[in-house]
Design a protein around this ligand. Sequence first.
Ligand code: AHR
Length: 717
Amino acid sequence: MKKLPMKLNPNLRLALAGVALTAGAATLSAASIGTRITIEVAEPGHAVSPLLHGLFFEDINYAADGGLYAELVQNRSFEHAESLYAWSLVNRGGEGGLDVPTAGAINAKNPHYLRLDIAKPGKGFGIANSGFGGIAVKQGENYLISVRARGKLAEGGQLRAVLEDETGRPIGESVLWGVLGGEKLAKLEDYKKQNNLVSISPNGVISDWKKLEGIIKSSATATHARLVVLATAAGRVDLDVVSLFPEHTFKDRRNGLRADLAQLLADMKPSFLRFPGGCIVEGMDLANRYQWKDSIGDIAERPQNRNRWQDAIRGQTAPQYYQTYGLGFFEYFQLCEDLGCEPMPILNCGMACQFQSKQLVPLDQLEPFVQDALDLVEFANGDVTTTWGAKRAAMGHPAPFNLKMLGIGNEQWGEQYFERYPIFYKALKAKYPDIRLITGAGPGVDGPELDRFKLAWDKFKSGTPADVVDEHYYRPPQWFLENATRYDAQNRYGPKIFAGEFAAHDRGKRNTLRAAISEAAFMTGLVRNSDAVAMSSYAPLFAKAGAVQWAPDLIWFDNTHAYGSPSYYVQALFTKNRPDVALPTVVESADSVPASGAPAAPSPAADEKAKPAPAPKPLPALYAVAGRDSTAGDLIITVVNPFAEVREADVALRGVARVTPDVRAIVLTSASADDENTFDAPRKVAPRETTFKIAGTTFTHAFPANSLTILRLKVRD
Ligand code: AHR
């Protein structure tokens, strides 16, 4: 088999010099200078990957249903195992019954529906949905209600959709179906106007499933409203796919996304969006895996699936957590387009979670899985005359989505993966030679995962083809500080690296400033080595307060509010201040790092308590990387001080005659490394911008304790 030739980072000489000196080997002449950051402005290095900073989305912690997907009704199709979960009977003095039959279902993918048998309506007989822990509505906003219905109602009867606040007070309604006779029928147009939107059925019968739609304007703001659907006459009403959306979603798309959450993503200006995971790709078993074809077309045709995070690996289990696939692959591609970023789907490779069922598709039965991958490329990019391109066009997007990359498997490992993955690689490259494939390297890179990781790299080094290798690390902050040089010695002739899932796990898995700053320190190494590291993404992206299977997370939300964690701001700052050309940058220090200055090591997680603590590695006095933003004409200097005291450094810009005196400094820090953002103080840890003046090409700057600082200035070559 062909072996990989070697090429290392051309800047490595300088970078390693910095590390050696910071370990205490050097003496600097100026006594006042503890630390010097030297930037070779006239020696442009490698181009920084334009895809270096992206996002990872997985439906974990209620990220999709109950989160980014703006649907307000939970269990809208009665497909939960507990089929009336989130629903309750509403009986205002009537008599009747309620059932969840399957015979005569709307389609085979959506086999359950609700049947109301109304003997006497009283003042109304029906059901109410409490949403995902309450339905949040705003005064003056419109909400789009739709139901699939059929049945028979007596003359004069109506099917009404009513929003009620927490006290039961109606705050908006729409009549979905009215049964008219006699005089009223003659005044049909007046009746329609008076009743907002209405589907008229003169004889009181809707014989086959029909979509009824209306608009409810909310007259009040409420955080725990509920949606009541009730009949006001005797009869029988079958209901399915009961849906309520805010009219205003991100970019005002139908079947759309929560505007505030999507805006937080847009504000980061990500370069790509990985989707749909994560372990959810694999499923607890093969039946539970994410199948992209289930996630397109009419929402009534998308089967519901148990969310893999019902059985959290760690943290809170969530037995009522399901995937409606309402935020499916079409909505995902559209979101990428709206965010101006590249899509990066990850697909199942014929393997279920290797920590759980370990189910495998036999090699001779892998063809449908490979076909799914090929079909996804056609769905994204195919001409409208192709089978899957036509489906995309039918959903409203005839133009291609320009998919350029695809992941084969998530955190798969071992020989079983390397028997399956090449089959996908061969088929995809044969049909779509330009598509960039992402290959798994297992769930971790060291510790107990080391053997799996090494096996993957042995494969790549000995002939298994790979464009981009996906590496994952969820490790303590200290690990990130010690691993900022991780890719300095990466072979530049080998596959590119995708740091596809990472997050610093601090004490109590909290989203502290300490964790965020250690990620920032690590990310200076990603930028410095971005001729080898093509992409990176923090994980997971979202967490709904009170419904968390995995922490820490980038963005926290409830039904009405959302905020970014300190790590969110680190990701956003790196993304928005990504240079396009790296410049050789060396940090030198006369002092080695005093033990008291190092960030407090987190106490080991319960599952790691038995292991002896490894000896800490020497750390640099500061972490720094620099580069140029050719579009803005700026020099960007990124400096991370993860220590508990202010650190001053001389910044020397070599090979440049003059600089403009004005420097923009964007700083992320806070009073304590333990600080976090919360719903009450969502921007306690957030970037602040200042400016200062410099007099020449060497200047001294103080970098606050526990900080990430971005300096932007203009040089005159
Ligand atoms: O990000 C949470 C989980 O971590 C992902 O689903 C999985 O890929 C990894 O183990």
